[in-house]
Design a protein around this ligand. Structure first.
Ligand code: GDP
Ligand code: MG
Length: 259
């Protein structure tokens, strides 16, 4: 990471890594992440039946404190996991906080690119749709679904972001502190859309850097019909809340920025 913080130090990154049945992928992705200086990892496991949580504990024990594990016991969900992870991240001194899939679709080699771009933006998206379509190994059906979803979200909400449903993101911790985390209800792709929408409403600047997304080689996708249905209604729900919901006062901070 070439860029430095105002104090001259390298920015520290905390990577939030939600897992559900990722036992084959977790050791590889965490070793690639921890090979980078100034990167720490928080695995957020939802009681994976395949024992991912126990593997995460073993990796944590061997990490010298750079990898920690949150074992969630509440209702399962990607959005809920990220919200718990973001609340935990606010209590750390990390400069930036990553959202990232654990199935190696988001290559850790892009982490420095996103950190660098975070010098100019509150939120940086690892984007699949900046230079045409950079997705490898997706069936045509999935590609059409994702491209349509992005067009749909952009058209309804007016957000000028190429990849609104991307799950690879780098937030300045300070930007998360401005988010109304308790008001976020959606899961899956809608969670990505809702957080982006609220970040823009909170005055955050958003940048995108290109990545090549590679579909997982091992394990199974957890995308469900319910998640796709939710994506259809979410943009409208967000607009209605913006038009008719209670507006936060100028400069509202929802969360303490932490340590
Ligand atoms: N903690 C947690 N992680 C999840 C859940 N569902 C999916 N994930 C993780 O979220 C990431 C993306 O999920 P994936 O199934 O690959 O979604 P896809 O890439 O859209 O097909 C992976 O790291 C999954 O293990 C969940 O309910 N809880
Ligand atoms: Mg995946």
């Amino acid at each position: 990471m070439a860029e430095t913080t105002p104090s001259g130090a390298l920015p520290t990154a905390l990577v939030l890594l939600p897992t559900y049945n990722e036992r084959e992928n977790l050791p590889t992705i965490t070793s690639l992440l921890l090979a980078q200086p100034n990167v720490r990892v928080l695995v957020i496991d939802d009681g994976s039946p395949d024992g991912t949580g126990a593997i995460a504990d073993e990796l944590a024990a061997a990490s010298g404190g750079r990898l920690t594990v949150m074992h969630r016991t509440g209702k399962r969900g990607l959005g809920r996991s990220y919200l718990d992870g973001m609340r935990a991240a606010l209590k750390t001194d990390a400069d930036v906080v990553f959202q990232m899939d654990a199935d190696l679709s988001h290559d850790p080699k892009y982490v420095p690119d996103l950190v660098r771009a975070s010098a100019d933006h509150d939120v940086v998206i690892g984007s699949r749709y900046l230079q045409g379509v950079s997705v490898v190994n997706w069936p045509l059906r999935r590609l059409i679904l994702s491209t349509f979803a992005n067009w749909y979200v952009r058209t309804v909400t007016g957000m000028m972001v190429r990849d609104c449903t991307a799950g690879f993101r780098c937030w300045r911790r300070e930007a998360i502190a401005r988010m109304p985390l308790d008001s976020i209800t959606s899961d899956g792709y809608s969670f990505q859309v809702e957080t982006l929408f609220l970040a823009l409403d909170a005055g955050c600047t958003v940048g995108e850097v290109p990545i090549i997304f590679v579909e997982r080689r091992v394990g199974a996708s957890k995308i469900s019909g319910g998640v796709i249905r939710e994506s259809f209604f979410t943009p409208w729900r967000l607009l209605l809340r913006r038009w008719f919901g209670r507006r936060p006062a100028e400069g509202t901070r929802y969360n303490s920025p932490g340590a």
